[in-house]
Ligand binder design. Structure first.
Ligand code: NAD
Length: 339
């Protein structure tokens, strides 16, 4: 917090629709008088000792400010530099990815009252990036599960459940097939559960979770789901589908020191620069950020204005069936802040 009473937060606007949706956040925050000063940084990768790295200024900014809000970063497929998102997660050791999915009144989906929280291990598993050719035509990819990273994310999940008042933690796994790797994750969960006697613990196979989640998600409302990296990646998008898609779902990448909050969707190159993007996911990510920073009053007033605007349905963006431009939707939220 600076001498002006404001907190400085790193802002990574990102690619494609990133700058447009970041503008909505900036406009709404300034209308709501949120005590935040944005520090925009560029994360275009540079080469250092033959490795792709994030510029030092960006790293210094996040390290100094502890919190960052991030727009989508475009990743080239299959070749070129490693995903910048992965690099950010590794650089700041953002070990837990928190993905809440809450039904939005006014946006009709097959289920009402969905309120799930999924926590994904964010640093290893199938995303360890260890792949090699054994012989021509045979490629091996290593799923890395360590006690250290597993315990860290599991303990975070139990603590999170306790903090937000969800009574249960459920591990999602495939320990029947990945007996050693998922087996380790599951066994560590059983151990850590003993540290949290007030939180109920159980486990479920990933395929079964998928089936049950799309059949009836409501029984998952009282649980925090925690799982290895790839399962979390897939299942969290499935959950997003239950409430209306990626335009509406926020996320937080939590580390021991720094945390980066970001929308789940990508840079949407098909609609970039046209003023058509829906900023809700980035806005809701910023609300998670405000809660994380203890600015709960600001968080709830902006959140209410967002939900009110969505429920009114008068200024919705194209992805939600409306005709509003990004800034018209943001303006409607600003009027509802004052209402
Ligand atoms: P995408 O999420 O960018 O787009 C998928 C579809 O959803 C598109 O039709 C797009 O127009 C729509 N969409 C996404 N966000 C929207 C929004 N806020 N409002 C309205 N419509 C929205 O996925 P993609 O096309 O697979 O990926 C594009 C690029 O983004 C790729 O380079 C990818 O690597 C990157 N990406 C980045 C992140 C991230 O930074 N966290 C996440 C996913 C993808």
């Amino acid at each position: 917090k600076g001498s002006d009473g404001k907190y400085t937060v790193t802002l990574i606007e990102g690619d494609g629709i990133g700058p447009e949706i970041a503008q909505s956040v900036k406009d709404i925050y300034s209308a709501a008088n949120v005590p935040i000063k944005w520090e925009p940084v560029d994360v275009t990768p540079t080469l250092k000792d033959g490795k792709t790295v994030i510029p030092d200024e960006a790293i210094d900014s996040v390290t100094r400010n502890y919190v960052a809000l991030k727009g989508p970063l475009a990743t080239p497929v299959g070749k070129g530099h490693v995903s910048l998102n992965l690099t950010l997660r590794r650089t700041f050791n953002l070990f837990a990815n928190v993905r809440p999915c809450k039904s939005i009144a006014g946006y009709k989906t097959p289920y009402d009252n969905v309120n799930t929280v999924l926590i994904r291990e964010n640093t290893e598993g199938e995303y360890s990036g260890i792949e090699h050719v054994v012989v021509d035509g045979v490629v091996q990819s290593i799923k890395l599960i360590t006690r250290e990273a597993s315990e860290r994310v599991l303990r975070f999940a139990f603590q999170y459940a306790q903090d937000v008042g969800k009574p249960k933690v459920r591990v999602v796994h495939k320990a029947t097939i990945m007996k050693m790797s998922d087996g380790l994750f599951l066994n560590l969960a059983r151990d850590i559960a003993k540290e949290y006697p007030n939180v109920e613990f159980d486990a479920e196979m990933l395929d079964n979770t998928c089936l049950k989640m799309v059949t009836d998600p409501i029984p998952y409302n009282d649980k925090v789901l925690v799982m290895p990296n790839l399962y979390g990646d897939i299942l969290s998008d499935l959950c997003a589908g239950l409430i209306g898609g990626l335009g509406l779902t926020p996320s937080g990448n939590i580390g021991d020191e720094c945390s980066i909050f970001e929308a789940v969707h990508g840079s949407a190159p098909d609609i970039a620069g046209k003023g058509l993007a829906n900023p809700t996911a980035l806005l809701l990510s910023s609300i998670m950020m405000l809660q994380h920073m203890g600015l709960t009053q600001n968080a709830s007033s902006i959140e209410q204005a967002i939900f009110k605007t969505l429920a009114e349905g008068k200024a919705l963006t194209g992805d939600l069936g409306g005709k509003a431009k990004t800034h018209e939707y943001a303006d409607a939220i600003i009027s509802n802040l004052k209402a």
